[in-house]
Design a protein around this ligand. Structure first.
Ligand SMILES: [Zn+2]
Length: 121
């Protein structure tokens, strides 16, 4: 495996929703390809760009290119509690929400008051 010279990836620098501590080994979203990879050591595992461990492998097709982030050094510098707190804070932070865009149809002109209608006759 060629050595990956990219700078060390700090898990705390990833958004909280890209870190998963609910499994036996922590998982993160690969910054190179966006797929979930399991962290079992100090480096990202070697994986293909469309990493899908649950899907059956197609051994007859061409080899898929290796993800450029494979083998990148990773430092686990956060805890499940910190990630959970960040996730909770980010979820309730209004800046992360989409603005509500409401289309108001053109309102018809208001009718004249009833006593003005009676005087117009
Ligand atoms: Zn990747």
């Amino acid at each position: 495996m060629p050595k990956n010279t990219a700078p060390v990836l700090l898990v705390s620098s990833l958004p909280a929703n890209m870190v998963d501590f609910t499994r036996r080994l922590p998982m993160i979203v690969c910054p190179g390809c966006g797929s979930w990879v399991t962290l079992s050591g100090s480096h990202l595992p070697v994986h293909r760009g469309d990493n899908r461990p649950d899907a059956p492998r197609d051994h007859t097709g061409p080899r898929r290119p290796r993800c450029t982030a494979s083998g990148r050094a990773v430092r686990m510098d956060t805890t499940a509690a910190e990630v959970g707190a960040r996730l909770f804070r980010d979820e309730y932070d209004g800046r992360n929400r989409h603005r509500t865009r409401t289309a108001h149809p053109m309102a018809p002109a208001p009718l004249p008051p009833v006593h003005h209608m009676a005087m117009a006759r």
